[in-house]
Each structure stands twice: as structure tokens, then as C-alpha cells.
Design a protein. Sequence first.
Length: 320
Amino acid sequence: MFSAFRALVASASRPLNVDEGHLRVHVEESQLEAASAACPVCGLGPRQARVKVQDGPEVWFAACGHCSACSASRMPTEAFLESYYRDYFADGGVRVSFQQYERFYRRMQRVGALPYHVVGECRILDFGGGDGRMALHIAQRLIDEGVIERACVTLVDFSAPAEPASEQVGVVKAQLEEVGGASQDMVVASGVLEHIPDLHDALRQVVRVMRPGARMYARAPYAMPMKRVFSDYDLQFPMHVHDLGPGFWRKWCDEDRGVRLRLSQPSIVKYPFAAMPLHALAAGLMKLPAHVQVRLPLLRELPLLWRFVGGWEVVVERDQ
Ligand SMILES: [Zn+2]
């Protein structure tokens, strides 16, 4: 009975584990930083090894006892990641983590991530969104709806920014450290946090640039529960070095950073139903029990009862 259930879940979970862009590579000793006892997300710990993602040299995903994030026990070096992502982007294709811009915009609307409180000019930080097309689309749609008059998108990524659709939208490229403090009305961090070895500093920078009342949408893998049951599940190391679930986000927001958690739920299904109905349906069903739990007041505060969701998304608001 259990093995039949396991086979069913394994088959249904496959759509949660497809990332067409993932380059599988073995990371050599010289390409890895030394193991650190401190957690790369909160700077504290202790960390406990949970699942091995590579042999010779061994790399584990380890859970932090303080913040609940799971991260690689040894991080790839900066030089390795630079050459890795150069290969990743070598095909010159569309460089965004989510390619259905309008569907993504509607999702931002539904989850309350859009800066409807802003009038006049809106500033959007696109953190790791490839060439910035998702944020540029959000900016243009807000103008078309009459919410704002102008928008400036700041793109933090390796790629050159795409062309805005109108003169009302400007775009600049910057490093996160160069963005002014309390300057942004919205931050889009979709599918990027899991790639950043020093996530502690990156998250600190993101909070720094948010204006009072600004919102951040973040989406990252939450796949450790899947990996612990299905050993062949691919956590996508070295591309992904963190796994962030609801427990992490609750603690991160609780720790007096001047932010509060507005929404925390299983992440959007990547596949458009019209193009990939079976994959979209299977992924949607896998996420459904957790969606129900986070909407029920009596169950919302409990640890997640069904954790096979593959990814998690949050909307975080900067205190007024
Ligand atoms: Zn931690």
C-alpha cells in the first residue's frame, strides 16, 4: 500500500522537479569553498547535514537550527559560479526565470505584491530577473491601468536589460550595493535567492533598499521534504545552494528586521495549463493540500502537514 502511494507521489512530483535550464556538473575540490559551521543565511547555526548532493568531494544540504534554512555545506567559489553562469546564458535565449509575463503579473495582483499604494512614479527592483522583462511588464501594466504615471526599473543581474515598451518606463542596471537606501516600492526576487551563496548579506541589502510600505515578492525552492523521501530528486546543486520553506520565512520576518510577512504559500506552478495540461495539473495537485492549510485559520500556524510542494513564495512588506 505504502509503495503504491510512494510511486504515485513520485510520479506526480516529477513536474515539480523540471528545470530545463539546469546544467548538471560535478564541482571539483578546487571549485569549492571550505565548509563553514555558520549558516550562510542567518550567520548563526548550528547546522545539521540532511542530504548529500555530491560525492568526492562531499557536499551536503544542511539545515540551520536557528533560521530553518537548508543550504549547501560547501559553497561553489565565485570563479566557478562566474564560468557556470556564462555557460548557462551562452545560448543567448530569453533570460528570465518565468516567461509568461502576463500570468506572472496576474499572480502579483492576486498575492498582493503590487505597489497600489504608490502614485506618480514607482520604482521597482528586479533582483535576478535575467533581462528584466518581468519587472518591465509589471511597470507597463501599472501605467496602462492608470495606477502610476511613470516607472523606473532597476535590474540587478548579469544580463543587459531588455527595452521598455514605452517612454514612461525607464530601466537601469546596478549592483545591489549601489541601489539607494529606502528607494524602492517593489522588489521582485523570483527564483534568484536560491542561487546566492552569501544570502545573509543579499537579504540584508534587499530590506535596506525597500521604502516604508514597499513589498517584496520572493519565490524559491522548498524541495528538501521531497528529496528526503525520493533520493533521485534533483536539488539542482550547484545552481541551487539554498532551500527555503515556510518555517524559514516566518522566523526571518519575526526577527525584528522591520518587515512583516503578508503572505506565505506554495509557489506558482511554472507551467501554463494550456501548453502543458498534465504537468500543470499534477504540480497543482501536489501543492493543493498546503494551499488549503495556509488558508484555514485553525491550521495556518501549525507546521506544514503536506510538504511535497517543490517551491514556496512569500510577500513581505516593509514596516511603515
Ligand atoms: Zn540560519
